[in-house]
Unconditional design. Structure first.
Length: 187
């Protein structure tokens, strides 16, 4: 029987990955958590490869035990890491971003892209390395297919710079988030 959590998480991945997602779901510790609702009700709606993905805004469950993670394939581990890129704990998002493999597939793009518009500066140098010549076109395509989402991401990034980082980076164009956005903006 599929859980409500499987249903919610499956909407955040292309249909072709759902068999792998089932394996990932088997190791998620969805019981005995301190939160009643383990997945935030709001979603990030994105058009991706002609599919509509609904990526959870935040998740509130703990990490699986490493011994269970070790049983996953590289692709499944990347899926797991993408799920945890939506975790409420910023340190955990940073850890999981670092754990994404160098070979992570294009379906990880929306998860990485979302982090550009978040408030944690420490994610930006990692994102800067993750968005490279190999996958920049995936980010450009995501931007082109989701103009409203692109605008929201840019606006959030600028707002967080203004509130938290303006003293350290007085000129907006010195801020790493803007440099990343400008790379994606180029067609």
């Amino acid at each position: 029987m599929k859980s409500k959590y499987y249903e919610r998480l499956s909407k955040g991945f292309p249909k072709e990955l759902h068999s792998d997602l089932k394996k990932v779901m088997e190791i998620l510790p969805l019981k005995n958590n301190k939160f009643d609702n383990l997945i935030h009700e709001n979603n990030i709606k994105i058009v991706f490869n002609n599919e509509i993905l609904l990526i959870p805004y935040r998740i509130y469950f703990n990490e699986p035990k490493p011994k269970f993670e070790s049983l996953l394939t590289e692709n499944q581990k990347d899926m797991l890491n993408c799920i945890y890129l939506r975790h409420h704990n910023g340190y955990l998002r940073e850890k999981r971003l670092n754990l994404l493999s160098k070979n992570s597939d294009k379906w990880s793009t929306p998860y990485i892209f979302q982090l550009i518009g978040e408030y944690i500066y420490e994610l930006l140098p990692i994102i800067d390395k993750k968005i490279n010549d190999k996958n920049l076109n995936y980010h450009i395509k995501l931007k082109d297919d989701n103009p409203k989402y692109w605008q929201q991401t840019k606006s959030r990034m600028i707002s967080y710079w203004n509130v938290y980082y303006r003293d350290k980076y007085p000129k907006l164009d010195e801020y790493l988030g803007v440099k990343i956005i400008n790379r994606i903006k180029k067609d």
